[in-house]
Design a protein around this ligand. Sequence first.
Ligand code: DAT
Ligand code: MG
Length: 149
Amino acid sequence: MDRTFLMVKPDGVQRALIGEIISRFENKGLKMVAGKFERIPEERVMRHYAEHAAKPFFPGLKAYIMSGPCFLMVWEGKNVVAVTRAMIGATNPAEAAPGTIRGDFGMEIGMNVIHGSDSPATAEREIAIHFAPEEIAAYDRIDEQYLYE
Ligand code: DAT
Ligand code: MG
């Protein structure tokens, strides 16, 4: 089954949105297979955001991600990367559609509540940065026969 890496960022944690965000993905029919609450060490922040390291907004992005604990997750489901990116919404919450997580819960691009991998290859890379294989628990959801045709 397809996997993605999702993370409630420090603003989402401080604003007590972890439960709301998990519920949206659970209700959709996706399956959480790993989760942990932590302050991400600098070395992993640098690897996670390597593609943005040279950009002008990077120092602010790094300080924001390290400003408090995050809730890191691996989720499974058919086309889970595309499905969760659609549920998360545009990068800038001011432009994100109502009904999306960023559209419903954020105001500015620098505080956009949640991260989600943008492709299956990115998901594989990001999962490997943040989780050891033994932290990921494979199991069946009891309702899978009514989620998948
Ligand atoms: P996304 O998180 O939607 O995949 P991204 O990968 O392009 O977006 O950027 C990673 C994060 O960096 C994004 O969630 C918020 C921040 N960011 C991106 N572009 C920015 C900008 N122009 N100014 C400030 N922060 C920005
Ligand atoms: Mg991205």
